[in-house]
Design a protein around this ligand. Structure first.
Ligand code: UFG
Length: 335
């Protein structure tokens, strides 16, 4: 990344507000924004985030749906741009209570955008997902793949993406939508890593199996892939965080709205992830093979050429053993 020069101000640095900054990807992005020299503020209602993941002086415990207080904060702190992570992220939960996802993710985002418009803040980076594509027609997936979500979580993100498309057209509200593939890894030196409750993601579950001896269940080994297990594009959370910094700097420089996939372009099967964990930890992974999980496409791999060409971002930590090693260091500290 080029050396830091505030894209907006000559004598001070831009102020970036991070919603959901006490969560997994938000806390890493906050950390890298601060390292780069920005003035950073976090808004999080702590319903699922961890307050230890944010320096106390940067944290405002607040819900993005509280439009009045959000507007006031945006004005008082002279916020220049918002990076919006605050959302629920569990596919399974979204199928049990879709209304939760429409209320928190879609309606919560709309409240935030209304407050931003009232406060005159019109630059936003949005945390979107590969789940907007559902089961893709073409892999690697480009941004031209149509919206086809297969669960309410993905639908809630499509709803927000569509709001942003219209706000761009009619309200000069500029946004970058980043569609992440499988976020993983950690920044153990900073005390940051993945902690979901309940945990549903593959790498932390495999590491937990090693720590507890309780087997992890792999969902199916009869997929049309070389080893029969599903293939995903695992992207280090710190690479993802840096993609947000490229995106927000594009907006601060007056750049246009865009949508980008964020992945490494390389797929790894569940079995390959397990083997990487065994290499890194030197331990066998207790596991069993269960039935397929509903809604799991066999292969999801990103084509992220567009992001690389437009903003000069590169995944610097794409090596699977590196990803697993960072996650393992964090898991050992967190216990
Ligand atoms: N898996 C298992 N056992 C587990 C958990 C996962 O075998 O206990 C497998 C899954 O079947 C899948 C792979 O590991 O093949 C990765 O699963 P994750 O649950 O870690 O991640 P997903 O690919 O299901 O989900 C990710 C993001 C979601 C997003 C989705 C888009 O975490 O937020 O991609 O399709 F919605």
């Amino acid at each position: 990344m080029p050396p830091f020069r505030c894209p907006l101000h000559s004598e001070c640095v831009a102020t970036i507000l991070v919603t959901g900054g006490a969560g997994y990807i938000g806390s890493h992005t906050r950390y890298f924004l601060e390292k780069r020299g920005y003035s950073v503020l976090v808004v999080d209602n702590l319903s699922r985030g961890y307050k230890e993941a944010v320096p106390a002086e940067q944290l405002r415990v607040l819900d993005t749906r509280d439009g009045g207080r959000m507007e006031q904060l945006l004005r008082d702190e002279r916020v220049d741009a918002v990076i919006h992570f605050a959302a629920y992220i569990s596919v399974g939960e979204s199928t049990q209570a879709p209304e939760l996802y429409f209320e928190n993710n879609a309606s919560g985002s709309l409240s935030l955008f209304e407050a931003m418009l009232r406060a005159g803040v019109k630059r936003l980076v949005f945390s979107s997902t590969a789940a907007v594509y559902g089961i893709p027609q073409t892999v690697p997936i480009t941004e031209n793949e149509p919206y086809a979500p297969i669960n309410p979580y993905g639908e809630s993100k499509v709803m927000v993406e569509k709001m942003l498309e219209w706000l761009d057209r009619y309200r000069e509200f500029r946004s970058i939508r980043l569609r992440y593939f499988n976020a993983c890894g950690a920044e153990p030196e900073a005390g940051l890593g993945e902690r979901h409750d309940p945990e549903t993601h593959l790498i932390p579950l495999i590491l937990r199996a090693i720590q507890t001896g309780e087997p992890v269940t792999f969902f199916g080994n009869d997929y049309p892939t070389p080893d029969g297990t599903c293939i995903r594009d695992y992207i280090h959370v710190s690479d993802l965080a840096e993609a947000h910094i490229h995106a927000v700097e594009h907006l601060l420089r007056g750049g246009q709205s865009e949508v980008f996939n964020v992945g490494t372009g390389t797929g790894h099967s569940v079995k390959e992830v397990m083997e990487a964990v065994e290499r890194v930890t030197g331990k066998k992974v207790p596991h069993e093979i269960g039935p397929r999980r509903e809604g799991d496409p066999p292969v999801l791999v990103a084509d992220s050429q567009k992001l690389q060409a437009a903003l000069g971002w590169r995944p610097a930590r794409a090596d699977l053993d590196r990803i697993v090693s960072d996650a393992w260091q964090f898991a050992q500290r967190a216990r």
